[in-house]
Design a protein around this ligand. Structure first.
Ligand SMILES: C[S@@+](CC[C@H](N)C(=O)[O-])C[C@H]1O[C@@H](n2cnc3c(N)ncnc32)[C@H](O)[C@@H]1O
Length: 298
């Protein structure tokens, strides 16, 4: 069982630190702020304004910020929602629901959603519905019928070095198979290995433009899609952009070597060590040369 430490992030929202993964759930600058900038805005929900139904998958629900932000918007529209979540541990949501500062963030409708998941794993408000599949996402994803295609996949595991099992080439390929034609797979990760796995799965990739307070970063994440994005969607509100030369070149380095988990049951140690061996034998450019080149180019 993971040991979780509560703390308040700079925007006043609650977050957790995992002692097992030795990593925080969110950016110290703000849990809520991070979800808005890296998941809600890149989803560009206005593209669904003429849609009757939207199907959402949250991979790693945690305290639920990514879904919470999306639901706050969608529940004000007439779009029907079908939601699925994958999460191995119920305690982050349970802990959050016991905290006043968490309650203050959300509307009654969204709190009702969280409470339903926490109590019964199901949500049904007479129009919208949702199910949380507690357990290892690699296995639990098979509980969702594969004919169901997702318009939004929110991918938010711990970092690839800490939780490689949810960033593997195989898991990404599985998620890709569940993405609708116009759907978006959104993640905070800018790792070359993840972006290269998206590309090998046949997806087009876009970089999430950092918000003003994150201006020093070259990217805030990745949006992957089956279809090429329409030019207006790229320009609109400047949330997404094509990969820069620096980002494209990153994909030619050894960092682009994927995490492999062919059985879907590998441990993080096994997955990391297989990748390290593959990297040591690789003919690809050393990532340090790429880093040096771009640090001097700035
Ligand atoms: C970075 S946190 C997610 C933060 C979350 N999206 C939020 O808004 O609070 C990563 C989450 O991944 C979950 N996790 C770790 N391994 C998992 C696995 N194999 N399957 C499903 N969930 C997993 C952890 O329990 C943790 O809640």
């Amino acid at each position: 069982m993971d040991v979780l430490k509560k703390h308040t992030t700079k925007d006043g929202s609650l977050s957790l630190y995992s002692l097992s993964y030795e990593e925080g759930f969110h950016d110290k600058n703000g849990a809520l702020r991070e979800s808005i900038n890296k998941y809600l805005l890149p989803a560009q929900l206005e593209q669904f304004s003429n849609t009757e139904k939207i199907v959402v998958l949250d991979v790693c629900l945690g305290l639920g910020y990514n879904t919470g932000c999306i639901l706050e918007e969608l529940l004000q529209s007439n779009i029907k929602i079908e939601w699925h979540g994958l999460e191995i541990d119920q305690s982050p949501l349970n802990l959050a629901l016991n905290e006043k500062i968490f309650h203050k963030i959300w509307s009654p409708k969204v709190l009702h959603f969280f409470n339903c998941l926490n109590k019964s794993g199901k949500w049904n408000d007479g129009f919208n519905e949702g199910t949380i599949h507690w357990g290892d996402a690699r296995q639990k994803i098979y509980e969702i019928h594969d004919s169901l295609k997702f318009d939004l996949i929110l991918l938010d595991p711990f970092s690839p070095q800490k939780c490689p099992e949810l960033w593997s080439e195989e898991f990404i390929s599985l998620l890709t198979g569940r993405l609708s034609v116009e759907g978006r797979l959104i993640t905070y990760s800018t790792a070359a290995s993840i972006r290269a796995s998206f590309k090998r799965a046949g997806l087009k990739i876009y970089s999430i433009v950092p918000s003003i307070d994150d201006e020093r970063k070259w990217s805030s994440g990745t949006v992957a899609m089956r279809k090429k994005l329409k030019k207006q969607s790229i320009v609109k509100n400047c949330q997404l952009k094509d990969l820069s030369t620096r980002e494209v070149e990153h994909l030619d380095t050894r960092s682009s070597i994927p995490y492999r988990d062919p059985t879907g049951r590998g441990t993080s140690k096994e997955i990391i060590s297989t990748r390290e061996i593959e990297q040591s034998k690789s003919q690809l450019i050393n990532t340090s040369s790429w880093r040096k080149r771009w640090n001097t180019a700035q």
